[in-house]
Design a binder for this molecule. Sequence first.
Ligand code: SF4
Length: 223
Amino acid sequence: VTVPSAGGETDLSKKKRAAALEVALGRAYPEARCSLDYQNPFQLWVATVLSAQCTDSRVNLITPALFRRCPDALSLSTLSQEEVEALIRPTGFFRNKAKSLRQGAALLLTEFSGQVPDTMESLLRIPGVARKTANVLLGNAFGKAEGFVVDTHVLRLALRLGLTARRDPVRIERDLMTLFPRERWTSLSHRLIQHGRQVCKARRPACERCPLTALCPRVGLES
Ligand code: SF4
């Protein structure tokens, strides 16, 4: 990923460009939403853990059977490491994921009455949960936006679109939070992720069919 030059852009013009990007992304991806299947915060936590290094569609294939067997933290905590591994194996990195799920379920039971908590501070205490996962949970399962979901797509797009010059996800998230209104953080995260998956791909961004060209330092702002 190369950091584009937006030609010495001022904070004010960057804010205006961010507002225009928000409108363009809203038009291009009006239906963008979390692509993991879930019915409650517990299921979304489990699905998000499984989605590391795995596609959401593959996670969605295995979670129905997993959630039938483990509908809550208590039932998950009673399974052995080997039993959890067998249930989640197709998602890859299954040993570490099984460990995180079992440790997380145990913590939910001892500290949070078996429920997934709804604050950033409490979520970050769950093994394997960093700000990205916590933001997925807060924004989608609880409707409480505390920040942006800075996954690989949002990280790449924030750089390409000249919305940050940082490389660290936490600092990128902070830059994005200053540019966009809080009530849009969750929907914008989904729209940026969809744009990254469908158009502004890592290896070969499809600039020729991108709805953001006029607002992108890589193309529009340089021409
Ligand atoms: S113009 Fe190209 S680099 Fe810029 S957002 Fe679109 S696809 Fe990505």
